[in-house]
Design a protein around this ligand. Sequence first.
Ligand SMILES: CC(C)(COP(=O)(O)OP(=O)(O)OC[C@H]1O[C@@H](n2cnc3c(N)ncnc32)[C@H](O)[C@@H]1OP(=O)(O)O)[C@@H](O)C(=O)NCCC(=O)NCCS
Length: 169
Amino acid sequence: MADEVLIRPYQDGDPIPEITAMLHRAYAPLAAAGMRYLATHQDDATTLRRLTDGYSLVAECGGRVVGVISAYWGSPEEHCSYYRRENLVYFGQFGVDPSMQGMGLGRKLYNAIEDYVRCQGAKEIALDTSERATDLISLYRAWGFEVVGEVRWHEVNYRSVVMAKPMNV
Ligand SMILES: CC(C)(COP(=O)(O)OP(=O)(O)OC[C@H]1O[C@@H](n2cnc3c(N)ncnc32)[C@H](O)[C@@H]1OP(=O)(O)O)[C@@H](O)C(=O)NCCC(=O)NCCS
């Protein structure tokens, strides 16, 4: 019988190097397409920081971490001006192991983070991604997001679009 997938909050002791390696594998096609997302090459300290700065969920299967998503409350100090809005949560570090992609796990992780942030009282959920990642932009549109702006991060080699979705939808 196939191992079940469990989605649960990140916890101390989860294997950071394994999660970093999984993210590198998941994001490798984006790197191959010339988009140097942070998750294509981030080190373990960055993975840990991105997991613990906000609220993170991991997907576990057969004792392995096969997916992750992290969500953060916006604040007035944000570099991205859209993320300074009140009652806004944005997510990132979103990846599923290539061996498990296309089986509905990414959607489940996203739904779980959306449920969590709605329960926390967020009015809006947002994300940013490369303006060149047209398949991802289409995917997020299908999930109810609209492009609301753009942002330039110094650590990546592309301009990003910012997308958002009201939580009452
Ligand atoms: C994006 C990602 C997390 C989706 O996870 P997944 O488990 O493959 O997704 P699901 O099986 O739940 O599929 C959800 C939808 O995404 C689509 N999809 C899957 N991978 C996709 C990709 N790389 N680009 C565009 N669409 C994709 C599926 O066709 C599906 O569409 P549907 O809802 O109309 O059926 C995963 O493909 C991944 O890790 N990609 C690399 C990292 C990445 O792009 N992260 C997001 C950066 S903003």
